[in-house]
Design a protein around this ligand. Structure first.
Ligand SMILES: [Fe+2]
Ligand SMILES: [Fe+2]
Length: 361
């Protein structure tokens, strides 16, 4: 069944109201009627497509009705034709300013009524179609945005999984090297925390600190290539043995080389430079001062401090005070003096890390 347009006729004069109703029904519309402004507003719940509105009515007049209808979002777009008797030009202007769309004079002429209602209903239909279309588009946009957000979350999740797998692989490799060297994996836990602590104190960005935290455990990864009998030898090493040990930075950097991952690149840099010394007497290249990568200088302090404060095959565990005393002498020769001061100035943090990750290995 065809949906008929519904027109609300508002007039306090019974005979005019009835006449208009009859004429409009003849034109094929469904009609609601109201005899004053308040009744007119209460009839708007019936999906009204057009209003024929008398101006002068007792109580709420036509102007007030237009004003109220235009104020509310739900009714704002209903076209209104003012049905005027002897209204002045000023009244008409006022009605337009308040939001009336058209006028029709009493006595109402059928042809004129037909033309005016048809044109405004056409406009209303176009407006309704446009609104419907906009709502459909908004829904589509909403659905697409949701789908996009969901797939973005999936991508982030997948990326995190790959990253975790990546980190775990590195971690397992590092533990393999560490077990061979010290028989435990606690050294790398503590030294990486000391390294991150120093990186923070040196004002590196949180991302750089994070990278140092995860890359520093790779410093001795090259010891995978060093014979165990040398690594675990309790006594002093002879020259050939010492030469072999000194290969581990190069072996480590070779294991980690040519990676596109910033983490492995930093690991490579740390592996190759953590035995360089501030005065140029380190190995493998004899780099000096700022010529040694910052990450390598940081790890040198963290690594030596933790080695001194823990048992090794060739030595007992020293107290923090004793270890610092030994290292103090090497600040400016072995260690970056500024970094070393940062370390000794923050022994409370160092002790907290030791408590958390165990002191003696
Ligand atoms: Fe090393
Ligand atoms: Fe180490």
């Amino acid at each position: 069944m065809e949906n008929k347009n519904r027109i609300l006729v508002v007039d306090d004069n019974d005979s005019i109201r009835k006449l208009l109703q009859k004429m409009l029904e003849k034109l094929g519309y469904e009609i609601e009627t109201a005899s004053d402004g308040f009744e007119a507003l209460s009839k708007l719940v019936f999906d009204i497509d057009l209003i024929l509105l008398d101006i002068f009515m007792p109580g709420m007049d036509g102007f007030e009705v237009v004003k109220t209808i235009r104020k509310q979002a739900a009714t704002r777009n209903i076209p209104i034709i003012m049905v005027t008797g002897l209204s002045s030009r000023e009244d008409r202007i006022r009605a337009v300013e308040l939001g009336a769309n058209d006028f029709i004079s009493k006595p109402v002429d059928m042809t004129e009524l037909k033309a005016r209602t048809a044109s405004l209903l056409k406009m209303k239909k176009a407006q309704d179609d446009l609104n419907r279309h906009r709502r459909v588009l908004e829904k589509i946009l909403e659905r697409r945005t949701l789908a996009l957000r969901e797939s973005m979350q999936e991508v982030v999740k997948a990326k995190r999984q790959v990253q975790n797998a990546h980190m775990e692989t590195i971690h397992r490799l590092v533990i393999a090297a560490e077990f061979k060297d010290t028989g435990t994996a606690t050294h790398i836990k503590r030294m990486s925390q000391f390294s991150a602590m120093l990186a923070t104190l040196r004002n590196l960005s949180p991302t750089e600190v994070e990278i140092i935290l995860h890359a520093s455990p790779m410093h001795d990864i090259g010891k995978i290539g060093t014979p165990e009998e040398i690594l675990l030898k309790p006594g002093k090493l002879n020259k050939p043995e010492w030469n072999l040990i000194q290969q581990h930075p190069v072996i480590g950097s070779q294991i980690l080389s040519d990676s596109s991952s910033l983490l492995l690149q930093t690991g490579e840099l740390i592996a190759i430079s953590h035995h360089e010394k501030w005065d140029g007497s380190g190995y493998p290249f004899g780099l000096e001062k700022e010529g040694i990568p910052l990450s390598g200088r940081i790890c040198a302090i963290a690594d030596v401090f933790d080695a001194l404060t823990n048992i090794r095959p060739y030595k007992k565990a020293y107290s923090n005070e004793h270890a610092l005393k030994i290292m103090e002498k090497a600040a400016g020769t072995h260690f970056d003096p500024q970094l070393f001061t940062l370390f000794t100035d923050n022994m409370k943090q160092v002790e907290d890390i030791q408590k958390k990750y165990g002191v003696a290995a």
